[in-house]
Design a protein around this ligand. Structure first.
Ligand code: KIV
Length: 273
């Protein structure tokens, strides 16, 4: 049974899947220790880590770099890696891009939008695929809820079924109504992973910066489980204060030369002057 099939088995058993983003080795290690099922190295790395203005600025090299770091931090975790903007326009281009991410350590590649021909080509080449429908940050200018009208919802539903027929193993549903996400989840074989898609998807994903409080912006779909940003700021401010006050480093942070080495150094300095 492949790793992805284990998650399909969990779906059949009704077990919820825990997915979270990571972009670096220590965070990946901590997440693996915390027991997440899957790490998503999303193109959200661009705005959350790299200081880019838009997900569209993320390159394939950026993704490979961060996937490799996550793989080093969590050698055994299942990693989904995002194909960046314009790296999956045709099945041939997508295959080349997917190989780069696979070589970096991804188990599965995710891309936004409905392109069943790309899903089919990747699947035929033995690449696990995760679809991504609803909000497509790479393709939509504003981050708005999707699938609100019956017509828009029906289109997303059909897109989900087409990706399923083409063989995708996972499907991220972002910012779509709970009712629609539930119907898609029941209709597809793929494991659905929701973000802002209600509680009836097979799994949930959050951006690690949002759930830990590195990002302080409030998103309706997010629950903040920590105040890491505030803790980091307080720690660095306390360090700065101690350095300026001369109270760091303390005697316990320094080490000393052996007496004969110190004497020899002083002798050498005297002879030099
Ligand atoms: O890039 C990302 O982190 C994502 C999630 C928002 C699902 O695609």
């Amino acid at each position: 049974m492949s790793k992805a099939d284990l998650f399909l088995e969990k779906k059949r058993r009704g077990e919820k899947l825990v997915v979270v983003t990571a972009y670096d080795a220590p965070t990946a290690r901590i997440e693996a220790e915390a027991g997440v099922d899957i790490i998503l190295v999303g193109d959200s790395v661009g705005v959350n880590i790299l200081g880019y203005a838009h997900e569209r600025d993320v390159t394939l090299a950026d993704m490979a770099h961060h996937i490799a770091a996550v793989r080093r931090g969590a050698p055994d975790i299942y990693i989904i890696g995002d194909l960046p903007y314009a790296t999956y326009d045709t099945p041939e281009v997508a295959l080349g891009s997917a190989r780069v991410l696979r070589d970096a350590g991804a188990d599965c590649v995710k891309f936004e939008g409905a392109q069943p021909d790309v899903v089919a080509a990747l699947t035929a080449a033995g690449v696990d695929v995760c679809g991504h429908l609803g909000l497509e940050s790479q393709h939509q200018e504003t981050k708005r809820r999707q699938g609100k009208t019956a017509e828009a919802a029906a289109r997303l539903y059909d897109d989900a079924l087409a990706g399923d027929a083409a063989g995708q193993k996972f499907l991220v549903l972002e910012l779509v109504p709970q009712e629609l996400a539930a119907k898609i989840t029941r209709a597809v074989t793929a494991v659905t992973i929701g973000i802002g898609a209600g509680r009836e998807t097979d799994g949930q994903v959050l951006v690690v910066n949002d759930l830990t409080g590195v990002t302080t912006r409030a998103f309706k779909h997010n629950r903040r489980y920590g105040e890491v940003g505030a803790a980091l700021r307080a720690a660095v401010a306390a360090y700065a204060q101690d350095v300026r006050a001369g109270s760091f480093p303390g005697p316990e942070h320094a080490f000393h030369m052996a007496e004969e080495e110190r004497a020899a150094l002083e002798q050498w300095l005297r002879e030099r002057s």
